[in-house]
Write a protein that binds this ligand. Structure first.
Ligand SMILES: Cc1cc2nc3c(=O)[nH]c(=O)nc-3n(C[C@H](O)[C@H](O)[C@H](O)COP(=O)(O)O)c2cc1C
Length: 230
C-alpha cells in the first residue's frame, strides 16, 4: 500500500454520493496505523449523518468522531494517526474532509474533531493546483524533502508549520496565532501539525523518527512541537 502518492493528489472532499462503505476496512487499517508516541491515548467512533450536528453547508454520509485525553501531543497525534487513514481512504476511492464544524449529538468531553467521509467524485486534483505557502516561507531554507509537509491540509488552510534544519534532524514549530485567530485555530493548529508530520512520515516511511528535545532554538512567534529525522 503506497499512501505517499496520495499526498500529491488528495483534496478535501465536500461533495458526497450515496453508497455504503464496509466499515471493517477502516477498522482493519486502524490496527496497522503508526502513532506519534505509543503511550498517547485516543479512540474513534464511526457515526452516520443523523448522529452528528454540523454547522456547514455540505454534508457527508459518514463521520469519524475522534477522541483524545488532555495530554501532551494528544492533538498532534490525532492529526498524525487520522491523516494516515484519510490518505488510505483516498487510495480506495473514498473521499474525506477534516471538519472542525461538526460534532456528535452525544456529548463527550474527550471529543476533539470529526472527519467527514464517503463515496465522492470530488476528492482529487493535479499536483500543481494546491494553494500553499512557498517552501521558503515555511522553512529556514528551501528543501524539497519538505514538499509533502507543505501540501498537508490544515484548518482554514492556515498552514501553521515552520521547519528549521539542525545537526540532528529538523526542528518543527507551530506558529502562534494572533489573539483574534487563536481562539478559533489553536486546537485545530495542533492537529494540523500532526497532519504535516504524517505526510513527512509517509514519504520517509523507513527512516522517519519523531522526538522531543529539551534544548532547541526559541523562534519568535512560534512554539516548538518536536523534531524529526527523515
Ligand atoms: C483541523 C482541520 C479542520 C477543518 N475544518 C473544516 C471545516 O470545518 N469545514 C470545511 O469545509 N473544511 C475544513 N477543513 C478543510 C480545510 O479547509 C482544507 O484542508 C484546506 O482548505 C486545504 O484544502 P485541501 O484539504 O483541499 O488541500 C479542515 C481541515 C483541518 C485540517
Amino acid at each position: 500500500m503506497n499512501l505517499e502518492k496520495q499526498i500529491y493528489h488528495r483534496k478535501s472532499a465536500r461533495n458526497y454520493l450515496d453508497g455504503e462503505i464496509d466499515m471493517d476496512i477502516i477498522n482493519d487499517f486502524m490496527s496497522t496505523v503508526k502513532t506519534l508516541d505509543e503511550s498517547i491515548n485516543y479512540h474513534y467512533e464511526i457515526l452516520t449523518l443523523d448522529e452528528v450536528n454540523t454547522r456547514i453547508g455540505w454534508k457527508a454520509p459518514y463521520y469519524l468522531a475522534l477522541y483524545a485525553e488532555n495530554e501532551d501531543l494528544a492533538l498532534e497525534n490525532i492529526g498524525f494517526v487520522f491523516q494516515q487513514l484519510s490518505l488510505y481512504l483516498q487510495s480506495i476511492d473514498i473521499g474525506s474532509c477534516w471538519v472542525g464544524m461538526a460534532s456528535p449529538k452525544k456529548k463527550d468531553k474527550d471529543f476533539v474533531i470529526a472527519i467527514a467521509f464517503g463515496k465522492s467524485d470530488d476528492k482529487s486534483r493535479d499536483a500543481d493546483s494546491f494553494k500553499r505557502k512557498k517552501l521558503a516561507d515555511i522553512s529556514d531554507y528551501e528543501d524539497e524533502k519538505l514538499i509533502p509537509a507543505q501540501l498537508a491540509p490544515s484548518a482554514m488552510n492556515s498552514q501553521p508549520w515552520f521547519f528549521k534544519h539542525c545537526d540532528d534532524g529538523i526542528d518543527v514549530y507551530q506558529v502562534k496565532q494572533n489573539i483574534l485567530k487563536r481562539k478559533l485555530l489553536n486546537d485545530w493548529n495542533h492537529i494540523d501539525m500532526g497532519i504535516a508530520l504524517a505526510h513527512m512520515y509517509l514519504s520517509n516511511i523507513d527512516t522517519f523518527e519523531f522526538f522531543k528535545k529539551t534544548s532547541f532554538d526559541e523562534l519568535k512567534g512560534y512554539t516548538y512541537t518536536g523534531s524529526v529525522k527523515i
